[in-house]
Design a protein around this ligand. Sequence first.
Ligand SMILES: *Cc1c(COP(=O)(O)O)cnc(C)c1O
Length: 481
Amino acid sequence: MNLPASSEPCVIQPLAQPADLPALDKVLHRPELAATITQHGLTLVTQQLRLLLAELRTQVLEQQLTLPEVEPTHIIAQLIERLSALTTSKLKTVINLTGTVLHTNLGRALLPDCAVEAVTQVLTQPTNLEFDLETGKRGDRDSLIESLICELTGAEAATVVNNNAAAVLLMLNALASTKEVIVSRGELVEIGGSFRIPDIMSSAGSKLVEVGTTNRTHYADYERAISEQTAMLMKVHCSNYAVVGFTKETALTELVKLGQQHQIPVTVDLGSGTLVDLAQWGLPHEPTVKETIQAGADLVTFSGDKLLGGPQAGFIVGRKSLVDIIKKHPLKRALRVGKLTMAALESVLSLYRSPELLPERLTTLRLLTRAQSDIQQQAQSLQASLQHAVGSDYLVNCEPMLSQIGSGAMPIESLPSFGLVVQYQGLDKANRQIMRLERGLRTQAQPIIGRIHKNALYLDCRCLSEAQAELLKVTWSEARL
Ligand SMILES: *Cc1c(COP(=O)(O)O)cnc(C)c1O
């Protein structure tokens, strides 16, 4: 039996009966609800009130409610809470303390301010999205950024679609439907979220011809597999895994020679679209789109929101005769991008014209190149407020840790970072308490996302802006953790 917790007199409230429930109209016309109706409209308020009253009726019949709980004022308070929950956005901004810069589940690249401004402009005003201002006739949306893409990649032509998965699908469908495409067994990648090379091939109606072995694929393997039916030789960037040890990959330049001999296009799914050599900022080298085009690839596909640092998009760049076929394919129309993407892309791509300014201007590169000492300072400034918020059952330390680039880019490389590590030192099970704390932070109105590793909560500060750091101090002091 539950005893009252304090010495206050125990008042036993009478149970509510169905007849005690107020009528819908009676609640609706209460003056306390007037402002709510002005805000949300009578339709939504009536609908939610009807649902609420039906639920209360069920609970009354099950003898779960007391008389005060069915009073109009109590019902109105519940109704207002429901309406506000219903109308807050489901898509929320979160604070990314996972240490993964391009976190696919958290929306990948963050756009720089210039792109945000460009998007805002086209959101509220008409644009020349498909209107040629010279001729006054219908234009082509690709033409808005095609020359810029070509300038940055050295390609002859380019087209843009919804994402890189769409780019690969469209390329295969337009150029190799019902035909064979030769791919090394070492490159049959699966990217998170069910992009798998064999599956995308069959969706495009192409026949995958696997050659070589998982660790070694030779020139001769490709050569032997060529037949009348071959429409493409394709290389795929391993992205989220690495083949190490006794390995052999056929160089792109070799494959290009073979393709030229047989007049078969050679394509590369590069995954992350790197437009500049990241090694100049101390990051690991990734083959750039330009290098891939220079090595002779006929077409290259890549993402807009991975290392490129732009909005979600997929690029197909390369030989004009092939890009022209792709542009005319019906799927291109189905997979095209909207004006918001176009505006953001143009703005982000323009930044690449001044490469030395990129670490300052391109958010993704700024986060990837942040000095460990800078991250350390930020982590230290947060330590005391978090320790205070979590209480003495937990110990908060400021420690070096390793960030990930994310989105399958350079999976075995990591970046020296700094952050807070929270350990439990109370009497309960540590893993239970750490999981509870992680959930507590994640379910705040402003969610805070960390990661659990070996019974401790890791909060990596690499992706934290100054403004967010200030916000955090307030958020976790107000949170009941
Ligand atoms: C990421 C990736 C894709 C999928 O790109 P999305 O832009 O996420 O659709 C396809 N291929 C490779 C090699 C990748 O790394």
